[in-house]
Design a binder for this molecule. Structure first.
Ligand code: 1DF
Ligand code: MN
Length: 340
């Protein structure tokens, strides 16, 4: 059995955007999570961190060499967190366009090695929907990337639903990628250094996904596809309790905002959500995710360049699963979800 390894959550950043992040840091931008994340990465003298940043801005030989060394046939590229979601609506919209042009150019140069997702600025939902459309129809991008909250706002707010409408109409997924917890909840994470990829990202992004589910967005957009990294940001482990408590809350009429849905929350996770293995090179939870969500719903991702650990590919290569299922994990699921 042969398969191609397609990696679905691979980050890049045009230097133009990193330069703007530098200015936001200097200006004291209002989101503490942004300072924790980019205050660490930008201009860090540690050579290991400088390597991460060098790889981040490269869509050429450095990255292709790394892919060759780890046997990655194709990366699905996405603008790194927090994307353009920290800028005002007008600037975010302009920078999303230029970032998408930048990645589309690299894909044109290496069409067999790269695919990409469109960055969008949810700050202007109508323009974001238009940019997703342009990204897919004009640039050949395969979906959208949203780096979780946009200054404390989540996509379950109906004001953002033009984005869902566009994704559903275009039949492309939206990848909800982590960022640091929103300003209203980051405090206790920061105190113990837990706001980043160690745990805060998953709490933030799992919350985002669950908010979308209980909002009824999937009843309104039944063919909407959402992709989440890190094996579903914890949610697959919680399905039983979420279903049980959601139904109890609905029948008790406990919250005006918690409404009866057409299906159980877990059913949306099994039917509208796909998860990737980014950052989770560990056999037990990968097998668990495949067993509760189905082998068609788990996709491989590396999380390059943040978690570029070449040996980790061995974990997925050596999973005790059928060859056909390994091919689904590495290749066919990505081809079908992203329409590669
Ligand atoms: C980190 C990890 C940063 C991931 C990321 O984007 C990121 C990190 C700023 O380790 O600081 O995408 N990740 O997805 O796990
Ligand atoms: Mn990532």
């Amino acid at each position: 059995m042969t398969y191609q390894r397609i990696a679905a959550e691979e980050a890049f950043a045009p230097s133009e955007i990193l330069d703007r992040y530098r200015v936001l840091l200097d200006e004291g931008y209002r989101d503490p999570g942004f300072h924790s994340l980019w205050g660490f990465y930008l201009d860090n003298p540690d050579p290991r961190i400088r390597q991460v940043l060098a790889r981040m801005s490269d869509l050429g030989d450095l990255r292709l060499g790394d892919m060759d060394r780890t046997g990655i046939a194709k990366q699905i590229l996405s603008l790194t967190a927090p994307g353009v979601q920290v800028f005002d609506a007008a600037e975010g919209t302009v920078l999303a366009r230029s970032s998408n042009d930048f990645v589309a150019d690299a894909i044109r140069r290496h069409p067999d090695r790269f695919a990409g997702l469109a960055a969008i600025a949810p700050q202007d939902p109508i323009e974001a929907a238009k940019e997703l459309e342009r990204g897919v129809n004009k640039l050949g991008l395969k979906g959208a990337i949203v780096n979780s909250h946009t200054y404390g706002e989540y996509l379950d707010d109906p004001k953002f639903w033009p984005i869902f409408e566009a994704a559903e109409a275009l039949n492309v997924p939206i990848y909800i990628h982590p960022t640091t917890p929103s300003p209203a909840m980051i405090g206790p994470f920061l105190e113990r250094g837990l706001d980043g990829a160690i745990f805060g990202f998953a709490v933030e992004t799992g919350l985002h996904l669950l908010r979308i589910i209980v909002s009824g967005a999937f009843d309104r957009f039944p063919r909407l596809k959402i992709v989440a990294g890190h094996l579903g940001e914890g949610l697959p482990y919680w399905l039983f309790r979420i279903d049980f408590m959601h139904s109890r809350m609905v029948s008790a009429n406990r919250y005006a905002t918690v409404k009866k849905l057409r299906r159980k929350p877990s059913e949306y996770i099994k039917e509208n959500v796909y998860v990737t293995t980014s950052g989770m090179a560990w056999e037990p939870p990968i097998l668990y995710a495949q067993s509760v969500l189905g082998v068609d719903r788990v996709l491989y991702a590396m999380d390059y360049p943040y978690q570029f650990v070449p040996e980790e590919v061995g974990v997925t290569d050596n999973l005790p699963i059928a060859d056909e299922d390994k091919k689904k994990l590495y290749q066919s699921n990505a081809e079908s979800v992203f329409g590669l």
